[in-house]
Design a protein around this ligand. Structure first.
Ligand SMILES: Nc1ncnc2c1ncn2[C@@H]1O[C@H](COP(=O)(O)OP(=O)(O)OP(=O)(O)O)[C@@H](O)[C@H]1O
Ligand SMILES: [Zn+2]
Length: 814
């Protein structure tokens, strides 16, 4: 019976492709394994086997799988089901999901690289014409990938010819995955099949006068006695022998070279709760409540510093004890260094950390480690991409700070939300899920109120410390009365001074990086804009540059206005850089550190800034929203919010929700140990209801207000959104197409279609863009909608093939 395989290719193809499994590979190819397949005339791709079946495709000629790239699968079968869901839900191809899922080193555009074996001289008679062509090409160039060879020689499938050349030793394989990684493997030596260990003298006799080999064999026995394990490198060094001698012994069957599994040292100790902090009464209550109800997803709503982390830790220990696996998702791994160190002490070898900022090598290693654990207990702590890891016995998923936007991937597809995807992953693997936050996303809270999640609340801070006192200041009034000291209300300045005298630390929050937010000409009003984007440029003083925060374009600041040549160019608005400068002038003695994208690009930068704060070497920490994410420092007496307005008045339906979350979170960094903390908020509308809610710690009142609005204006959680971004380099083309496309969608979905409209910025990275928003009633079948949407879009693109407009779907956009 002929066998076929459905192959995932790392491309945005609408369907997966089917290939024949040639009989030579019949026993080798398995689901979850990487294979090499031809695509089009010349291209070779590495794809992943999704399914093996006997259904011969009817409407096209099937090509053969050329070779297998792995000896065994690299993903668990359960993952495929998850990938399918992601592709279907987020409207992208399974290949795109696979691309996002696999770490670079396991990626599929791998390229085998061939080199000429210079030790082997060319004997024409030994080579076929095809083989000769390749050898010749390699004489010209040191190394060639298979793809390159295909291009140079014009062979569609040079692979088999290359295999011949390999066996004839004309070429060698530099088997190198692009971006590549192979786990480090130790080359070890053990007794061979011909070695009779009961009578070793026979072996020595058999070696006759091959002195080096005798010495090597003797060395092997000695070494093995001492160490138990013999590495080839050490043995050769000790006996001053060559690899050739070792190979001769192997050829005689006396010794055998083998490669060690680098993960064999993994042993999972029985994880026990020993060493965990005992839970407080309210934590214990939450713990019990959770374990009694966790057949259902849990929403843990606990105020800042209520000690949610400790509750998670006990829950993790519980699940690990049951022999199952745990995924602990955090929005930003760099901010959890201390936590990781602590968890490492309890969970030891079972703890794995995964994050896209890690090197490829580290990520592949973690991936394979987890995969090889099979169904053994493991705890993974990681950022959003860790939902893709090959769990095979997932018992619990925790999504910490579940309201965080960083769980959403914007670019490229799949544009998934790790929290929502984690809920599905957990369901597929029959695992418990806990979403936790001091300021839950309104959608999550809505689900809890509706009974879809079980709500667990923690209303007190750990150690019964009061929530901080929060005082607002009216920027407009203070400016009018000319009382502001630079960007500071006088009380804020006084309070900073007082806190420093007390030996307390201070966090100042300004959600803009750079020096000034824009440069404007006083004479004509011209604002310096990015060349590629419809965005004003930010001035960065330390680098003396104007920079675009979207595309990275930068240029020295102009001496005069480019529009009217006036010299009166002013910088307006302020970012963290300027704040730091002003602060240093005001408090020359203060030790100030800044935490934003610009200061944390280097690998250890985050850790260093936080460590310095933790150690008390920093008095004032200035930062963007990075300082809001779950930081836990005991000595923060004061938090200052430099300007609450930009959050509150941002033109987005979630602005109030987000503003509340951000303000409440940053406020929550104050007074976590010992004394009650103080928070000062500067705003031009200090009477705004959002600020009132923050001051009074009234999560629910904002929630209820917003629910009214969302219902009325057709927003989530009552309606589901799909945002369709349309992009083109030419404005006219975009506008014309967008209108046509919009009409087609309106014919399908009627009044659920909004737009096309220009978003806040018309042009980003050199592309003009417009948006269409679909608002879908929650009772609508999302699957049917998506089906219709994909089909109509494909047809539309077919009709407008020349210079196509890019159409990007974002399901549940943020
Ligand atoms: N059972 C416990 N024993 C000792 N210390 C505890 C315990 N529970 C919590 N703490 C301490 O209380 C502080 C606050 O806890 P944690 O950081 O977990 O709060 P949180 O609920 O995650 O707050 P946030 O939402 O603000 O991040 C931490 O310093 C933590 O070490
Ligand atoms: Zn730009």
């Amino acid at each position: 019976m002929e066998q076929f395989a459905e192959i995932l290719l790392p491309l945005a193809l609408p369907v997966n492709y089917t290939y024949r499994i040639p009989s030579a590979l019949g026993d080798i190819v398995k689901v979850g394994m990487r294979v090499i397949v031809p695509l089009g005339k010349r291209k070779l791709y590495t794809g992943l086997v999704k399914e093996i079946h006997q259904r011969k495709p009817k409407d096209f000629e099937v090509k053969d799988i050329l070779d297998a790239e792995d000896a065994s699968p690299i993903i668990a079968e359960a993952q495929i089901e998850f990938w399918e869901w992601l592709a279907q839900y987020y409207l992208c191809s399974e290949g795109e999901v696979m691309n996002a899922a696999l770490p670079g080193g396991l990626k599929l555009e791998s390229e085998m690289v061939i080199q000429r074996n210079l030790a082997k001289e060319i004997i024409d008679a030994e080579l076929s014409d095809a083989e000769y062509l390749i050898v010749e090409a390699l004489e010209q160039q040191d190394r060639l990938s298979i793809k390159e060879i295909a291009e140079i020689t014009g062979f569609a499938n040079p692979l088999f010819t290359i295999k011949e050349l390999l066996s004839k030793a004309y070429v060698v394989l530099e088997e190198e995955l692009k971006g590549g990684y192979k786990p480090r493997q130790a080359r070890l030596v053990k007794a061979g099949p011909e070695l009779n260990e009961d009578d070793v003298s026979a072996a020595f006799e058999g070696l006759g006068n091959a002195a080096k080999q005798r010495e090597l064999l003797l060395g092997f026995f000695q070494y093995r006695n001492e160490r138990g394990e013999v590495t080839a490198a050490m043995l050769l060094k000790r006996c001053k022998a060559s690899d050739g001698s070792l190979k001769s012994l192997e050829a005689k069957g006396l010794l055998e070279i083998f490669y060690d599994d680098p993960f064999r040292h993994q042993h999972s100790e029985d994880p026990s709760a020993n060493g965990l902090f005992p839970l407080s009464e309210s934590q214990q209550k939450a713990f019990d409540d959770i374990t009694q109800h966790w057949e259902q997803p849990i929403l843990l709503h606990g105020v800042t510093s209520s000690g949610k982390t400790e509750v998670y830790t006990h829950l993790m220990a519980e699940v690990l004890k049951q022999g199952r696996q745990v995924l602990y998702l955090v929005p930003e791994i760099a901010l959890t260094t201390q936590l990781i160190q602590r968890l490492e002490r309890f969970f030891g070898e079972d703890l794995l950390v995964y994050h896209s900022r890690y090197s490829d090598r580290e990520r592949v290693e973690t991936w394979l480690k987890l995969f090889r654990k099979g169904d053994k207990p493991a705890l993974v702590i990681g950022a959003r991409s860790s939902i893709f890891l090959p769990f095979q016995n997932l018992g619990l998923v925790i999504v910490d700070e579940e309201h965080e936007n960083s769980y959403k991937q914007y670019e490229p597809a799949p544009r998934y939300h790790a929290r929502d995807a984690a809920l599905v992953l957990a369901q597929q693997q029959n695992a418990h899920v806990i979403l936790g936050s001091a300021t839950p996303a309104y959608e999550s809270y809505f689900n809890a109120r509706k009974g879809k999640y079980h709500l667990v609340e923690m209303k007190e801070r750990y150690g019964a410390i009061a929530l901080p006192e929060i005082r607002p200041f009216n920027l407009r009034e203070l400016r009018k009365r000319k009382q502001m000291r630079g960007y500071f209300a006088p009380e804020l300045v006084d309070e900073i001074e007082r806190q420093m005298k007390k030996g307390k630390q201070i966090i100042l929050f300004q959600n803009r990086r750079g020096f000034s937010t824009f440069l404007q000409c006083d004479t004509c009003g011209h604002v310096m804009q990015c060349r590629n984007c419809d965005i004003s440029l930010t001035y960065h003083k330390h680098r003396h540059q104007l920079r675009c925060h979207v595309c990275g374009y930068n240029t020295p600041p102009p001496r005069s206005c480019p529009a009217c040549k006036s010299q009166q160019v002013r910088s307006l608005g302020f970012g963290t850089e300027k704040l730091e400068d002003e602060l240093q002038l005001m408090f020359p003695e203060a030790r100030i550190q800044r935490m934003d994208l610009d200061t944390t690009r280097k690998k250890k930068a985050y850790e260093n800034i936080l460590q310095s704060f933790e150690d008390g070497d920093t008095d004032i920490l200035v930062g963007t929203q990075m300082v809001t994410k779950g930081l836990d420092f005991g000595n923060v007496g004061l938090v200052g919010i430099m300007n609450a307005d930009s959050q509150i008045f941002f033109p987005d339906f979630r602005a109030h929700e987000k503003a509340f979350q951000m303000l409440a979170q940053v406020a929550g960094r104050a007074g976590r140990k010992g004394e009650r903390g103080l928070v000062l908020i500067q705003s031009s509308s200090p009477d705004h209801e959002v600020i009132h809610d923050v001051i009074g710690n009234r999560y629910r009142s904002g929630y209820e207000r917003e629910m009214q609005e969302r219902l009325e204006y057709h927003y989530p959680p009552f309606y589901r959104l799909i945002r369709i971004s349309l992009k083109h380099r030419k404005k006219e083309v975009l506008e014309e197409r967008a209108v046509l496309y919009g009409q087609e969608l309106k014919a399908l979905f009627g009044r659920r279609v909004y737009g096309p409209e220009y978003p806040l910025a018309n042009r980003l990275r050199g592309m003009y863009q417009m948006e269409i928003l679909l608002k879908l009633e929650s009772k609508l079948s999302l699957k049917a909608v998506k089906q219709a949407l994909s089909e109509r879009t494909d047809a539309f693109q077919q009709q407008h093939k020349s210079s196509p407009m890019r159409i990007i779907f974002d399901v549940d956009p943020l």
